[in-house]
Ligand binder design. Structure first.
Ligand SMILES: [Zn+2]
Length: 501
């Protein structure tokens, strides 16, 4: 086959402050930069879904027609300009024809300035162009908010099964297998889908922990006989539109088999509703609990500073947990990464061993977040370049810009000039901190850090310090959710505010 291939990834937090512009897709942020043509095919060795799809399709002897691959760091809405330019490029390539199938590497939670459902719109524009018979498959992130429009216009959608996402390329391979099954069937597979009636906090979706671990293990168990593919996307619970929420779906060679498998999963997931809730701690509780646990532990206690996770729209510079560490006089504690280019520059100007007076971080604009003012010792300076070695992004090169290891009291802080999620231990080392030697680590991450830090952690706590990314969806000012959707597991149902006229 000749397969048209493109990627367009964005996870949209409609409550976040900054939009994703075309330039943000050119740079990529945490993603590879925008690529076209042969450069897109070079993703075959990278742990992104397109990489796994390309490798599988080439092995199967298919010819790939690369268009464009573009992703940007999670943020508020994608601008209309960025969406129309990138989607327009994909549509223009599709108009030229000359292919037998389409594969798209999508996230599934893209909201734009002018569209609630960026992926559904792209799939429906493509479907209108190629007609009902040409197979279209796409891979999705586990955090996709899967919509009717997406399901109706794709022959197959398949989502990651791990969070931390260590199976991105693997999901691309599953998409290639789903395409092969669709082609072998000679027509569309039967589809079934059901939406769960409650939002799940992203911390509750971690597949290293229950109930998500069993929920995902069950998918593969039921993929037998006429059931071809099953997926569960618990959603991205910070996108204010009516189809935000978890969806389980699947494809089969018989309608009954697909529906039965999806119903079985749906009933299990809904029966486990209380287990999907997350016990959040406030900063004081988290720090005092960590200090108590650390007394008897030989390994660090890790606190997730989840509401400032730059992987979900945070700016990585809130100070709630730093204040709590200082207030409780924690020692052998480290926090990372704190994004503050001015502080990093001041440390570089002063030199190792110097003491600098700083107003560090605290620029989120969130009420009760503020800079921490004080005297900081410069312990370490670097150019911020490192190679990640953890299981999630093994081999990825990271450039944090000028980076400094600062200390105040018993707390070490790795300050970077560029934002990056603390998902790899080398992001501490680049600031001169050996994470294994600390008693307490405060990581600006929600879940991804677990892949590399759980092996060295005595315990992991999840804290809710004031920050831009509400970890508990019940804390968000929803306006447009589906009426009746519970805003947390076991929580109250959303009811739209009646306008005063
Ligand atoms: Zn995700």
């Amino acid at each position: 086959m000749k397969i048209l291939i493109a990627g367009f990834q964005h996870e949209t937090n409609t409550f976040a402050p900054t939009k994703a512009r075309y330039e943000d897709f050119i740079n990529g942020g945490g993603f590879p930069p925008m690529v076209r043509g042969a450069d897109l095919l070079a993703l075959r060795t990278v742990n992104v879904p397109a990489g796994g799809f390309i490798a599988a399709a080439e092995t199967q002897g298919h010819e790939l027609i690369p268009v464009v691959w573009a992703g940007a760091t999670p943020s508020a809405h994608v601008t209309e300009d960025a969406y129309e330019r990138i989607a327009g490029e994909i549509i223009a390539a599709a108009k030229r024809g000359g292919f037998d199938a389409i594969y798209l590497d999508l996230h599934g939670a893209m909201v734009t300035e002018h569209l609630d459902d960026g992926e559904g719109e792209l799939l429906s524009r493509l479907r209108a162009l190629v007609g009902p018979d040409l197979p279209i498959v796409a891979s999705l992130d586990l955090h996709a908010n899967v919509t009717e429009q997406m399901l109706a216009n794709a022959d197959g959608l398949v989502a990651y099964r791990t969070y931390p996402h260590v199976d991105m390329a693997e999901t691309g391979r599953l998409a290639a297998a789903l395409l092969a099954d669709r082609v072998a069937a000679g027509g569309p597979l039967h589809r079934a889908a059901r939406r769960l009636p409650f939002l799940i906090p992203i911390n509750g979706m971690c597949t290293l922990l229950e109930p998500a671990r069993s929920a995902y293990a069950q998918l593969a168990t039921l993929e037998t006989g006429p059931v071809v593919s099953l997926s569960f996307a618990p959603g991205f619970p910070a996108a204010d539109f009516p189809e935000c929420g978890p969806v389980v779906w699947g494809y089969g060679r018989s309608a009954e088999a697909a529906a039965a498998a999806v119903d079985t999963l749906y009933r299990q997931y809904v029966a486990a509703e209380p287990a999907w809730a997350v016990p959040f701690l406030d900063p004081d509780e988290a720090v005092t609990q960590a200090m108590r646990l650390a007394e008897a532990a030989t390994r660090p206690v890790v606190i997730a500073d989840t509401q400032d996770n730059p992987g979900a729209g945070g700016d990585s510079n809130t100070t709630g947990l730093l204040r709590a560490l200082l207030h409780h006089e924690a020692t052998d504690a480290a926090l990372g990464l704190l994004w503050d280019p001015e502080a990093a520059a001041a440390a570089h100007a002063a030199g190792v061993g110097a003491t600098v007076r700083l107003a560090l971080g605290g620029r989120s604009g969130v009420r009760s977040d503020a800079p921490v003012e004080g005297a900081f010792t410069v312990e370490h300076l670097s150019d911020g370049r490192t190679v990640l070695e953890g299981p999630m992004m093994t081999g990825s090169r990271v450039d944090l810009g000028p980076t400094a290891g600062l200390r105040i009291g018993g707390v070490h802080i790795v300050v970077a000039s560029r934002k990056a999620q603390m998902l790899d231990r080398n992001l501490y080392r680049v600031g001169g901190v050996e994470p294994e030697r600390m008693k307490i680590l405060v990581n600006k991450s929600s879940v991804h850090f677990r892949a590399d830090f759980e092996p060295i952690a005595a315990a992991v706590l999840v804290a809710k310090a004031p920050g831009p990314m509400a970890a508990d969806p019940a804390d968000l000012p929803w306006r447009r959710l589906a009426p009746g959707m519970r805003i947390r597991p076991g929580g109250p149902a959303f009811a739209p505010q009646r306008s005063a006229g």
